[in-house]
Design a protein around this ligand. Structure first.
Ligand SMILES: *[C@@H]1O[C@H](CO)[C@@H](O)[C@H](O)[C@H]1NC(C)=O
Ligand SMILES: *[C@@H]1O[C@H](CO)[C@@H](O)[C@H](O)[C@H]1NC(C)=O
Ligand SMILES: *[C@@H]1O[C@H](CO)[C@@H](O)[C@H](O)[C@H]1NC(C)=O
Ligand SMILES: *[C@@H]1O[C@H](CO)[C@@H](O)[C@H](O)[C@H]1NC(C)=O
Ligand SMILES: *[C@@H]1O[C@H](CO)[C@@H](O)[C@H](O)[C@H]1NC(C)=O
Ligand SMILES: *[C@@H]1O[C@H](CO)[C@@H](O)[C@H](O)[C@H]1NC(C)=O
Length: 257
């Protein structure tokens, strides 16, 4: 009997060690608009060149307080549709190797100037979601800092290419501050390029606001994110079963000893 309890104790110890080990390796990293990835230092590429402005931009009408942004920087632009402008879409791209992605923007309220924000997110070329912010004219605060505008979880931990693009028929203000991605840093670097992600519906503070954009098609919603969510659940289930199997194996070994 005493041997049974000892074995159970050992099994639980191994079980919790496994769980503790997997949980400890999950980390978040930032990609700042200017300083770039906190580990690699690689910054996003902003297009078209010269169209994105830092906080000290002399000709900018809308001036958020940079000291309230992540690491004191942001890059902003105003998108104007044709024929008002021939510049075309504005975008930025970056890579990350991880399982989740969060985008943080500075949003503007009030109807003074172009304060509407809109962007599409493409992950590995797939339509992974859209964000829309209609300015709140009643808001006391003109600026909303470090706002979570987009997130997706449950991705395989491979090399993902992200494109955040503003296009279409509405004028828009786009101010990118930083991104966060999640990874298991116990895993070796991946040598695999991610496949197109068809992602979640808009998230963030404007989730319930109807998009006034003529581009916002209901077909975005038809592409359900269940596959990515499912794979997320699968990953954690696999990890859990792994731990349980590890624990039970130890129990068996101890009982047979
Ligand atoms: C990573 O950041 C996101 C967004 O801020 C947060 O929800 C999540 O809990 C963080 N995860 C870890 C492991 O810190
Ligand atoms: C910007 O924010 C900082 C920190 O809250 C504050 O000290 C400073 O006065 C602000 N600057 C302006 C121009 O509002
Ligand atoms: C913040 O900016 C500085 C440069 O001003 C850079 O060295 C540092 O890595 C940045 N920190 C993060 C977390 O991006
Ligand atoms: C990410 O988005 C989902 C909706 O897709 C939301 O339920 C969840 O709270 C968001 N996560 C965070 C950390 O905000
Ligand atoms: C990820 O893929 C991009 C585009 O193919 C490539 O430029 C980059 O070097 C890759 N990064 C890693 C860490 O494999
Ligand atoms: C990545 O994969 C390619 C072919 O799939 C292979 O030739 C290359 O050696 C691999 N690189 C690393 C660092 O594993």
């Amino acid at each position: 009997m005493a041997r049974g309890f000892r074995a159970l104790g050992l099994a639980l110890f191994v079980l919790f060690q496994h769980i503790g080990f997997s949980a400890g390796a999950i980390v978040n990293r930032t990609i700042d608009d200017t300083a770039g990835d906190e580990v690699t230092g690689i910054a996003p590429v902003f297009l078209p060149p010269g169209m994105w402005n830092p906080p000290d931009c002399p000709h900018c009408d809308i001036r958020p307080n940079a000291s309230l942004s992540f690491n004191g920087t942001y890059l902003e632009t105003t998108y104007l549709p044709a024929p008002e402008s021939e510049v075309g879409p504005v975008s930025f791209t970056f890579n990350f190797e991880g399982t989740a992605l969060y985008l943080f923007f500075i949003l503007v309220n009030g109807l003074d100037g172009i304060t509407y924000t809109e962007f599409d997110v493409k992950i590995n070329g797939g339509d992974a979601g859209k964000f829309v912010h209609s300015p709140d004219p009643t808001s006391q605060d003109r600026f909303a800092y470090q706002q979570l505008t987009y997130n997706i979880t449950g991705l395989p931990q491979v090399n993902h290419t992200v494109e955040v693009i503003t296009q279409g028929e509405l004028r828009a203000y786009v101010n990118f501050d930083y991104a966060i991605y999640t990874l298991d840093d116990a895993l070796p670097p991946s040598n695999t390029t991610g496949s197109p992600v068809v992602g979640p519906r808009p998230t963030g503070p404007e989730q319930t606001t109807a998009a006034p954009s003529p581009n916002a098609s209901p077909s975005n919603q038809a592409n359900s994110p269940t596959t990515t969510r499912g794979s997320s659940a699968l990953t954690s289930m696999n990890a859990m079963y792994g731990s349980i199997v590890g624990g039970l194996t130890a129990l068996l070994v101890a009982l047979l000893a």
